[in-house]
Design a protein around this ligand. Sequence first.
Ligand code: G1P
Length: 289
Amino acid sequence: MIRKAVIPVAGLGTRFLPATKNVPKELLPIVDKPSLMYIVEEAIEAGIEDIVFIAGRNKEAIEDFFDINYELEKKLEESDRLDLLQDLIQIREKANFISIRQQKPLGLGHAILCAKPVIGEDAFAVLLGDELSAGEQKATADLVNTYNDKKQSTVAVMEVPKSEVFKYGIIEAEPLDENTYKILSLVEKPSPEEAPSNLAMPGRYIFTSSILNVLSELKPGRNDEYQLTDAMDILCKQEEMLAKKTRARRYDAGDKLGYLIANVEFALEHPQLKEDFKNYLLSLHSRLT
Ligand code: G1P
């Protein structure tokens, strides 16, 4: 069973400056919830109980966000408005939050290795913060199902246009069935000419604890950082690793356009907002054409 998830939140969020000068980018709202809250909910929906944040300096607001704010909750309770925090209170009841500091920004592989004291020998999930997963069955639940069946490290993949492979870790793989692949090798952010396929990793993974052994021996790679993709490339030659093409919708909230798109899409599903917001978008039509 997968009960632990690692969520790296140490990035500086430079793409959203000045908004992220004092506010962690993971707490920027998508409609009315911080983007990180959707990711934590995705983990909990997949059965995760222990959430390990790998944080950098100036990220205390993330710990505080998932902790109780006694004064606020007491006030809301007195005015019968505690429902405003209901989703957050439920998260707190379902999951434990553990925060580990990544002392130096040495890359994603290094960030995951920082979780070793908490992970021990267990298999675990990794969810990267920029990607949001939406739909009936989100990416992590999908991976957990495959892991429970096969007990092998499994990563989510999606098809991207060849011109976009340079943004992602890309797999070379052999199909096992319509949506499942055996991974043969991986390369981090290749050029379109170098890319072995157009199957990109959107930032959802399940690993056996062997990845931590590989990471502890790893040499720095691209940009002189410890790359998770390089460790996976070594691991897939030691034990079988799978890739699962996920059917969940995904939004890349890591850049400004993706962030705006995610806001529009989530607003169109928001129970209180969707009708008014749809009417507003329709009213734009004449202005935009
Ligand atoms: C990271 C990973 C990359 C993955 C991507 C997904 O890159 O290194 O393999 O495809 O996340 O968003 P980053 O976007 O942090 O540079």
